[in-house]
Design a protein around this ligand. Structure first.
Ligand SMILES: Nc1nc2c(ncn2[C@@H]2O[C@H](COP(=O)(O)OP(=O)(O)OP(=O)(O)O)[C@@H](O)[C@H]2O)c(=O)[nH]1
Length: 474
């Protein structure tokens, strides 16, 4: 049996769940309270804000009212606060409302934040939420400006802000169905998490002003290696651990530690070093990602074997030319070059030899064509050369130069000297009316017919579009 704790049209279940969650976490938060001070952690605000962002149908005044009543009730029963609980708890609602409104407004997906860019919006949302909530909370506590306002206010801000920033990324990136495949986490993959633990231990031993930042590089390492949810969880645990260690005096940020007495400067220097190395790690990772992007783009637009333009790369360039200089065409020509009996080369000398032939033919074609035309490996053993504003006779001449460049020097395949030939079909059109992409498409079909003509007539020859059919292809 499946019980739905929350549902878009299930107002009773929603109200009950929000009430129980608020009361439970207020109770927990209350028991983390330090004497005379605010809570060590006050998770309920971030928790409710996270729930509302993930289930935006909870973003309703009724739900905020129920949450507020649960907070007040908890304080009346457990804290012994009377009228103050009505005013102070309004500060919590301010935080929840502001954070939820801002994050929902930025249209985060209901199933969680998958993109880190979205996760970064948590920071300003929590900052604004904690500033406004702290202002109300401090006044509600009876602090007066000019006297004790600033210390109380800064306590509120830091408590709300740190809990929000630590908890929300985890809550909002948690997948709807959570299944962690432990087997896929090999030992090597645990290293970043181990590094975080070691850095926390080092921070607790060394102490001093810099110690809080020690886990930073290890946390960035986690961010590079682990999914965003796991990183958020490790960050949450690290933050909570550090606060607990500081509160209990295990991590002494003033630096006067008896266990391992070190100069405060040592800690500060180490802290500065960890801060300094962190942006560098991010920069190196970003650089690697950019390089990878470039390689992927190149891979799509260029043929890996011959390093010529691929079919998609050719169309991409044609599109760019159409965009930058539309309609500016005097004439267009296409040459289709196909290696003769290439299957026999593969069969006789192996696929590697076939690849070597493709590379060599591409290189010879490149040296004949230079920058006169756009050379592309169209697929298999077929090449396309596109020319703009070339005379028909010039195209035939270039085709014949290509054919001769291939016959002239024989190929050495596995110790055998092999003569290889190509067949060529040409089509051209003066003053085409359509754009380059459409013009080239039509010319390729026409050139293909001429190529078939070359093959049928015995191969190793060039067949241009004859004058009488010259206007047919477009
Ligand atoms: N080595 C190698 N072979 C390829 C590559 N791409 C396609 N081929 C092979 O090229 C051959 C093309 O064969 P066919 O289309 O029958 O053409 P052909 O043998 O050249 O015959 P004709 O074109 O009629 O002269 C096939 O055997 C493909 O496997 C490649 O990248 N490397």
């Amino acid at each position: 049996m499946r019980i739905n704790l929350l549902g878009e049209n299930n107002n009773k279940a929603n109200a009950l769940t929000v009430f129980v969650v608020t009361a439970l976490f207020c109770f927990i938060g209350g028991h983390l309270r330090m004497p005379q001070e605010l809570s060590l952690f006050w998770p309920v605000n971030a928790l409710l804000a996270g729930m509302i962002v993930r289930f935006p149908f909870l973003h309703r005044s009724g739900i905020y009212l129920i949450s507020y009543l649960a907070m007040v009730l908890n304080d009346l029963v457990f804290s012994g606060w009377a009228s103050q609980s009505f005013t102070i708890n309004f500060a919590n609602i301010i935080f929840i409302f502001i954070v939820a409104s801002l994050l929902i407004k930025h249209s985060m997906p209901v199933v969680g934040l998958r993109r880190p860019g979205k996760a970064l919006q948590i920071f300003p949302a929590c900052l604004l939420g904690s500033l406004l909530s702290a202002t109300w909370g401090t006044l509600a506590e009876g602090a007066t400006i000019g006297e004790n306002f600033l210390p109380v206010w800064s306590d509120w801000v830091s408590e709300q802000f740190s809990t929000g920033v630590l908890l929300l990324p985890f809550l909002l990136t948690l997948p709807a169905r959570f299944s962690l495949h432990l087997s896929s986490y090999r030992l090597k993959k645990l290293l970043p998490a181990v590094a975080v633990m070691v850095s926390i231990i080092a921070a607790a031993l060394i102490d001093g002003a810099g110690s809080l930042t020690f886990p930073l590089p290890a946390l960035i390492w986690c961010a590079i290696v682990y999914p965003i949810t796991v990183t958020s969880l490790i960050t949450l645990i690290t933050g909570v651990t550090e606060i607990v260690l500081v509160v209990n005096g295990v991590m002494n940020i003033q630096g006067n530690d008896e266990l391992l007495a070190m100069s405060y400067l040592v800690s500060a220097r180490l802290g500065i070093a960890t801060v300094a190395i962190s942006p560098l790690i991010v920069a190196v990772s970003m650089d690697a990602i950019l390089q990878l992007n470039k390689q992927l783009a190149l891979r799509a637009n260029y043929d890996f074997l011959t390093r010529l333009l691929s079919r998609s790369g050719m169309y991409e360039q044609l599109r760019q030319m159409d965009d930058s200089a539309p309609g500016n065409l005097h004439s267009a020509g296409v040459m289709l070059v196909d290696i003769d009996y290439f299957k026999a080369i593969n069969d006789s000398f192996g696929h590697d030899s076939g690849d070597a032939v493709l590379e060599e033919i591409a290189s010879r074609m490149r040296s004949v064509i230079g920058d006169q035309g756009m050379l592309c490996r169209f697929g298999g053993e077929e090449f396309v050369v596109v020319f703009f504003n070339h005379e028909r006779a010039a195209l035939f001449q270039i085709a014949e130069q290509i054919r001769h460049a291939i016959i002239m020097r024989k190929f050495l395949l596995q110790g055998n000297t092999v003569g290889i030939t190509v067949s060529i079909g040409i089509a051209s059109k003066t003053r085409p009316e359509t754009n380059r992409v459409e013009t080239v498409n039509a010319l390729i079909s026409a050139a293909d017919k001429r190529l078939y003509h070359s093959k049928r007539n015995g191969r190793n020859q060039t067949s241009p579009l004859v004058e009488t059919e010259s206007e047919q292809p477009l």
